[in-house]
Design a protein around this ligand. Structure first.
Ligand code: SAH
Length: 353
């Protein structure tokens, strides 16, 4: 049910021999009230609920399709990481990040990831599978439930590569806007770049959503192809110039600016000459650059950048390019910072492989 629109739920109720307004009630209870099971939707006739509960849809124990919360860890800054279990027993992570006047849900698009970026914990375990629409929307509801506040922003920066699960991601965005009342402008989709997918993303977004107003964030991370390939093995098949051309194409189709993400790894890509090269690379490209100081992960020896290096990098880029910001690390002590999501958590919780 989760992920379905009002008219789909109305049509479904009718198919079941009920009045369409039953679909509207279901919609209200799923999205506004956050009902976790059909049993809890007490506004529906008991006999009907009973009948439905006796014949759950294939592969799902319940009609609504909520994941189960397995674990919650809360960092000192309030960042809340949730470990969720899907109906088929996979675990995935989602993070709620509170800040002044906003609550951001950082959601996963896949369980695991096949991109294997060297600095990213998720990439170490490979890909289990892509998430379905209801499993993506569920994460936003789970953050709302855990933090008792409606997320104002959603970023697809959890586990996985959204462009390898494009249709579900777009359908989830549609649902978040139409059914949960979010604005597309409050949603960001982050990609490391998959060849030949950005122009189609733009076209599909226009077709599915009517307009493409969410922000596209592209994980650039290096000012040249050689260094980029060192950090991102899949970049081998996608020259940086081709990636930038595809970004330009995305901008031409959607009329939206893109933003670039640039992870700062101490001594590796955080020197002044890297900032100058980056400014040259994206010269004339109206874009925002988000610098992300590396958050340490267990498996790698990369260094966090020195604060002075971050500041120098920011200044050079600001002088030569313009819009630039540094992302504050949130939730570091709960292992919930960027790139730290993985299916390993507290004792007592076994990750399902
Ligand atoms: N696959 C998508 C979205 C998931 S990651 C992408 O690559 O964009 C979201 C962001 O976190 C990306 O920019 C990613 O490079 C960054 N990231 C990954 N590991 C990190 C780490 N250890 N420290 C800081 N940022 C990291």
């Amino acid at each position: 049910m989760l992920g379905r629109s009002l008219s789909e739920l109305e049509a479904w109720a009718e198919q079941q021999g009920e009045k369409p307004f039953r679909g509207r009630q279901l919609h209200d209870w799923i999205y506004a009230k956050g009902a976790r099971s059909l049993d809890a939707v007490t506004v529906l006739p008991k006999a009907w609920r009973q009948r439905l509960l006796n014949s759950p849809p294939a592969g799902s124990p319940d009609w609504i399709g909520r994941s189960q919360e397995l674990h919650r860890s809360i960092a000192r800054d309030g960042t809340t990481k949730l470990l969720l279990a899907t109906a088929d027993g996979l675990s995935l992570e989602t993070v709620g990040i509170p800040a002044k006047g906003r609550l951001t849900a950082c959601v996963s698009s896949q369980v695991g990831c096949s991109m294997a970026c060297r600095f990213c914990a998720t990439g170490k375990g490979g890909l289990q599978r892509s998430l379905a629409v209801h499993e993506i929307v569920d994460q936003v509801l789970a953050v709302r439930e855990a933090m008792d506040e409606r997320p104002s922003h959603v970023v697809f920066m959890g586990m996985g590569e959204p462009l390898l699960n494009r249709d579900a991601v777009l359908a989830a965005i549609r649902c978040l806007c139409a059914d949960l009342g979010m604005a597309q402008r409050q949603i960001t989709v982050s990609t490391v770049g998959v060849p030949r997918t950005l122009p189609t993303l733009a076209e599909r977004a226009l077709a599915e959503l009517g307009r493409a107003q969410f922000t596209l964030a592209v994980s650039l991370h290096a000012p040249d192809q050689r260094l980029r390939e060192e950090l991102i093995p899949t970049a081998h098949a996608y020259p940086i110039e081709a990636l930038l051309d595809d970004c330009r194409c995305y901008v031409a189709i959607t009329g939206r600016r893109v933003s670039f993400e640039y992870i700062l790894l101490g001594g590796l890509n955080d020197q002044p000459h890297h900032a100058e090269a980056l400014a040259r690379l994206i010269r004339g490209f109206q874009s925002h650059v988000n610098l992300i100081p590396y958050n340490p992960i267990e498996e790698e020896e990369f260094q966090r950048p020195a604060p002075a290096a971050v500041e120098a990098f920011r200044r050079i880029l600001e002088a030569r390019h313009g819009a630039v910001s540094v992302r504050a690390s949130r939730g570091l002590d709960a292992d919930a910072a960027c790139g730290q999501l993985r299916r390993r958590l507290s004792p007592g919780i076994t990750a399902h492989a």
